[in-house]
Design a protein around this ligand. Structure first.
Ligand SMILES: *Cc1c(COP(=O)(O)O)cnc(C)c1O
Length: 217
C-alpha cells in the first residue's frame, strides 16, 4: 500500500518537485517502507517523536521539521533535521543558529508564511516577511532557502489557491530583492488534498501524509 502510494505520487510529480512524506504518528517501519519505494525526505511535526524514529531510520532519508518549533527544542532539533521549514521568528532562528554553532553545522531553513493571516496560527504575517528575512540573513549557521505555507484549511483545495498565490507572490518579490545570504529556491506548499493546486501555483516542494500512509487514526 505505502509503496504503491509513494510510487504513484512520485510518478505524478513534475521534474524538480521534492516530495516530503509527512510522517507524524507513523511508525519507523512505515517510514522505511516509504523510503524503499523512493521517498527521500521525511517531514516531522514533533521533535521527540522524530528523535525516536531517527534512532531506527537515521540518515536513510533527509529530515525536515514541518511542525511548529519552540526555541527551547532547537538544540535537539538541530541534531536531527536537515531543514527546518517552519521558522517564523528571529528568536527561533537565533536559537537554531546557536544550536548549530555548538555542533558545527549549517541549517537550511524555510520561512513559514501565515498566508491566511490567522492570528492564532504559526507563521510570519506576509507584511513582515521581508524584514524578518533580512534580520535572519545575517546569522552565520542558518541559511534561508525559501518559503513554506499551510493556508487556512477548509477541505476544498480550491479555497487554498489564493493563499498559495499570495505566498508565491512573496516568494517572487523576495527573490527579486536578491538579499545577500538568501536563496529563494524552495516553495513548500500543498498537502494530500491540495498539492495539485499548489503545483499549479508554483510549489516545488509538497508535504504529503495521508495519501502516502493512509488516514491517521
Ligand atoms: C500533517 C501535515 C501535512 C500532511 O497532511 P496530509 O493531509 O496528511 O497530507 C503537511 N504539512 C504539515 C505541516 C503537516 O503537519
Amino acid at each position: 500500500m505505502i509503496k504503491d502510494n509513494v510510487k504513484n505520487i512520485l510518478k505524478g510529480l513534475p521534474e524538480g518537485v521534492d516530495l516530503v512524506g509527512a510522517a507524524k504518528t507513523r511508525t519507523p517501519q512505515e517510514m522505511l517502507e516509504a523510503i524503499e519505494a523512493g521517498l527521500e525526505i521525511l517531514g516531522h511535526n514533533y521533535v521527540q517523536e522524530a528523535e525516536r524514529a531517527f534512532d531506527v531510520v537515521g540518515s536513510q532519508a533527509k529530515w525536515h521539521m514541518i511542525g511548529h518549533l519552540q526555541s527551547n527544542k532547537a538544540k535537539k532539533a538541530v541534531k536531527i533535521f536537515d531543514m527546518i521549514e517552519t521558522i517564523d521568528s528571529a528568536k527561533l532562528a537565533r536559537a537554531i543558529d546557536r544550536g548549530c554553532g555548538n555542533i558545527d553545522k549549517n541549517m537550511s531553513i524555510l520561512i513559514e508564511i501565515n498566508s491566511g493571516e490567522e492570528p492564532q496560527k504559526a507563521g510570519v504575517m506576509p507584511k513582515d516577511a521581508v524584514s524578518l528575512i533580512k534580520e535572519i540573513s545575517v546569522l552565520e549557521h542558518v541559511k534561508v532557502m525559501g518559503l513554506m505555507t499551510m493556508g487556512p484549511f477548509t477541505g476544498d483545495p480550491e479555497d487554498a489557491r489564493p493563499y498559495f498565490q499570495k505566498t508565491r507572490g512573496i516568494f517572487e518579490q523576495i527573490k527579486r530583492l536578491n538579499l545577500p545570504g538568501v536563496e529563494m529556491k524552495y516553495l513548500s506548499m500543498g498537502m494530500s488534498n491540495s498539492y495539485k493546486v499548489a503545483l499549479e501555483e508554483g510549489a516545488n516542494m509538497v508535504r504529503i501524509g495521508t495519501n502516502i500512509f493512509g488516514e491517521r487514526t
